[in-house]
Design a protein around this ligand. Structure first.
Ligand code: TYD
Length: 220
């Protein structure tokens, strides 16, 4: 099922989804009540638990490759799905906002992240089963960078997370490139933006796609 008025930003770590959501928010500053920016992992209790589990800090030195979380990768996959269920169906959640309040919701990451990242550690089957009941967004914007660009951009981060390594990010990119055509076939509007360009250029591409959504067309 496609959830109208719902869009997601996806990409490797370092692709700039968070920056892009911030830049997109500014476009809607003059239209109060229309736009809601959100992110996964969420700031709710399950999301905060996930964030703690993703931190590399306090682990043995040789740690830092995926699969060495303090819970199994399968448990982590289930936590991402639980966080998503709250995000969607909790009070003031995505479904209520899009369908009842008539807001445009844009999320920095959603189920494609699980279908790509957790599929690497747990296989495609578990990620698929955990996410198959969740609605698909109307629009998916994929910000494409290669593994090396991802590695360079995350190298300077003070708190590395377990997935933030070159080899893993190359697998992530491959995963997205495999997933996108399948989602397009399912009726999701998919746009790929070249994430190696400047944030302003990327923002232009993101805006053009979002501006095509009926809810935005009606409002501007
Ligand atoms: P990220 O967007 O980088 O959050 P922050 O900017 O706050 O650190 O997400 C954290 C990591 O979690 C990132 O490496 C992607 C990963 N992730 C998954 O593996 N599966 C998921 O379902 C989601 C939403 C994120």
């Amino acid at each position: 099922m496609i959830l109208d008025n719902f869009a997601v930003l996806e990409g490797c770590d370092g692709s700039g989804t968070t920056t892009q959501l911030e830049l997109l928010s500014r476009r809607f500053a003059g239209i109060p009540g229309l736009f809601y920016a959100t992110a996964e992992p969420t700031r709710g209790p399950v999301g905060e638990l996930i964030r703690r589990l993703l931190k590399e800090e306090g682990r043995p030195k040789e740690s830092g490759v995926s699969g060495e979380t303090r819970v199994s990768p399968e448990t982590l996959a289930r936590l991402f799905a639980a966080d998503r269920a709250e995000h969607l169906y909790g009070s003031g959640g995505i479904v209520e906002r899009c369908s009842v309040r008539g807001e445009l919701v844009v999320s920095d990451r959603y189920s494609p992240s699980s279908l790509v990242y957790q599929a690497i550690d747990c296989g495609e089957e578990l990620s698929r089963i955990l996410n198959e009941s969740f609605p698909l967004p109307e629009l998916l914007v994929y910000i494409d960078i290669d593994g090396e660009t991802a590695e360079k951009r995350i190298a300077g981060r003070p708190d590395r997370e377990i997935f933030e390594h070159l080899e893993f990010q190359e697998k992530v990119r491959k995963g997205y490139l495999k997933l996108l055509p399948a989602w397009e076939k399912s009726g999701v509007r998919v746009l790929t933006v070249d994430g190696s360009r400047s944030p302003e250029e990327v923002a232009e591409g993101v805006w053009r796609a979002v501006a095509e959504m009926p809810i935005v067309k009606k409002a501007i």
